[in-house]
Design a protein around this ligand. Structure first.
Ligand code: G3P
Length: 217
């Protein structure tokens, strides 16, 4: 499973990238707002740092506007994936932008039928939002499972990019089901390394070696 980082914070992307944990980046208007940066500038910096796909989202709501914005965003770098919402206009924009050989991430997907439409429109990625479904007592993981089943049934090449990941268990379940990509905030990715037994075991090892008075260096 590929790891994308869901942030527009350059220093956090750089830190995870040094460890080889970043296969791509996803941004959205809220993350751009949070960064306090100019969308073009920060997206360019991310693209210079990361060679994998970097999702940048359009803000127009009509297909023509989305296409124009998508083409403009794509001028930033070759690894831009234009993010469009899962609306009929978004699907139309997806189809057109794919004709221009651009990567397209169809976002704000909340149902398997929507994901089916994204695949038929030739999306490079579809982004089902797990956490936001869980927030309203629906089952985000079940959605990933349904999309995997449907895409496999018909051999769709659209990659399932599990988004709105909030917990390490979301990551585990996505990997079990076979999501192609997951995008998570840096904190969730860092939390994947945590285990209380690791901390406990390490503390005992360090205490024991100290008792022997030995040092490696
Ligand atoms: O990139 C979109 C998505 O990951 C948003 O997550 O936590 O705002 O629902 P969240």
């Amino acid at each position: 499973m590929k790891f994308f980082v869901d942030t527009a914070e350059i220093d956090q992307i750089a830190e995870l990238n040094e460890l080889g944990m970043v296969d791509g980046v996803t941004t959205n208007p809220s993350l751009i707002m949070k960064s306090g940066r100019d969308i073009t500038e920060v997206t360019k910096e991310i693209c210079e740092l990361i060679s994998g796909p970097v999702s940048a989202e359009v803000t127009a709501t009509k297909a023509d506007g989305m296409i124009a914005e998508g083409l403009k965003l794509a001028e930033i770098a070759e690894n831009i994936a234009v993010k469009v919402p899962l609306t009929w206009d978004g699907l139309k924009a997806c189809k057109e932008l794919r004709k221009e050989k651009l990567m397209v991430n169809v976002t704000l997907c909340f149902s398997a039928n929507q994901a089916l439409l994204a695949a038929k429109a030739g999306a490079t990625f579809v982004s089902p939002f797990l956490g936001r479904l869980d927030d309203i007592n629906l089952d985000g993981i079940a959605l990933i499972d349904d999309i995997r089943c449907i895409y496999d049934n018909y051999g769709f090449e659209t990659e399932i990019l599990a988004a709105s990941i909030r917990t390490v268990n979301h990551v585990l379940e996505c990997a079990r089901i076979g999501a192609d990509v997951m995008t998570a905030p840096p904190k969730v990715i860092r939390n994947l390394a945590n285990h209380p037994l690791t901390d406990q075991g390490l503390a005992v090892f360090l205490a024991d070696i100290e008792k022997t008075g030995q040092k490696i260096l």
